[in-house]
Design a protein. Structure first.
Length: 123
């Protein structure tokens, strides 16, 4: 008997402040498309392991594979100057509280690259 796909919790903002949030967006897009992880991986041209690592914010996902997954799930990556972020989020209709992570002083990228603990780092 196969498990049903759970209802995705779509992000309320387009702002993706860390790899955990990126994994959440990728999983939500896959579930919105009603794709099982193996079907989505095949559609994107990556292995199930790669897609799972991306969704769970684990290490060892190449930039090339990230872009394969984003493209395969109909997502885009937009890089903006942090100073332009509040205005851009306002234009896109994002909630005001989403602006805060963009205004924090830059921190080391290192903590965001650590593998997520299953069930602890993702909602």
């Amino acid at each position: 008997m196969s498990r049903g796909l759970s209802k995705p919790a779509l992000p309320s903002s387009p702002l993706v402040p860390d790899v955990g949030a990126l994994g959440h967006v990728v999983r939500a897009a896959r579930l919105t498309a009603r794709l099982r992880i193996d079907d989505a991986a095949a559609l994107c041209g990556v292995s199930v392991t790669v897609l799972s690592r991306l969704e769970n914010a684990a290490s060892s996902v190449t930039t090339r594979n990230l872009f394969k997954v984003l493209d395969g799930l109909g997502l885009s990556l937009l890089a903006l100057d942090k100073a332009a972020m509040p205005r851009t989020l306002e234009t896109l209709g994002g909630p005001a509280q989403s602006v805060e992570p963009a205004l924090r002083p830059a921190q080391s990228v290192e903590p965001a690259l650590r593998p997520a603990r299953r069930g602890k780092d993702l909602p």
